[in-house]
Design a protein around this ligand. Sequence first.
Ligand code: KG4
Ligand code: ZN
Length: 334
Amino acid sequence: MIVLGIETSCDETAAAVVEDGRTVRSSVISSQLALHAPFGGVVPELAGRAHVEVLTAVVLQALEEAAMPVERPPLDAVAVTEGPGLVGSLLVGLSEAKGLAMGWNVPFVGVNHLEAHLFAVTLEHPEVPFPAVVLLVSGGHTMLVEMRAPGRYRLLGETIDDAAGEAYDKVARFLGLGYPGGPVIDRLAACGDPGAFAFPRALLGRGFDFSFSGLKTAVVRAVTRDPRARTEDVAASFQQAVVDVLVAKARAALHATSARSLCLAGGVAANSALRASFASLADEEGVALSVPSLAFCTDNAAMVAAAGCFRLRHDGPSPLSLGADPNLRLAFTE
Ligand code: KG4
Ligand code: ZN
């Protein structure tokens, strides 16, 4: 089954062609980073318009790189993110996907962006041993999920305020490091002292929920008190606090379930310290580790095509009346 995936939920316009949910024939991503950088975050109105401008070209490039004719590409379906995300941006992808599916006379399937992030793991690691504990950490979400199999999820815990990526972005904005904050804090932290500041580790040892808003406030307070603090030290101490909590809760989740593997997904899964700590954690706990390569951690359309392939086989096509759902939740079946 060959699926064209389309992703426009936030600030990346992406299209990809994926075969049988695992062989990536092409994956094209057009980033809007430069457009939003001067504002220190994503401006929804600008994001929607930018998707309109480039989406068709991105789709054509994905078909071309997959060596497919544009007129009648040998596709079995068109999959698109239906939510969660920015409503204006989601609608651009949905309209394009419906038009293409109708024009090519192939099924159309809506995909949950969070489930797509989970499929970024199995896209590259089809042999993941289940059940798996997955930490899904992105700009909008932070959750620990027990994945019994593709499509079978149990929520163990999630953030009660900011997502981990949101904390990175807010702290970076406060430090004047630009948007997005994750990659730059990751880089600076490598040259800083993680013990320079004793930032709080919220809810540590207390269940599987997370809280990061107090950490952000603690960083603001510390830097206001000590304006000459080295940014590298602030970045390293902040990152250590985030990683400590994520690792401790993932360890507790492994203990509380009979998981055979540990997985990371979402944009923050690109973080070098988190990846290294998860490698040690999996090693210590004697479970397999599955982490997507960097290009499939942050938003992309290959994961959408992979999830779409699964959803189409599992539930069949979506109706063309399907709308965008900016607050769509992951469906927990367990
Ligand atoms: O999954 P994603 O591309 O979009 C959402 O679905 O939210 O995640 C974007 C988030 C941003 O908050 C960004 O700062 C963070 O992922 N991020 C990182 C790194 N690369 C991206 N956070 C920490 N370290 C990184 N290397
Ligand atoms: Zn995402």
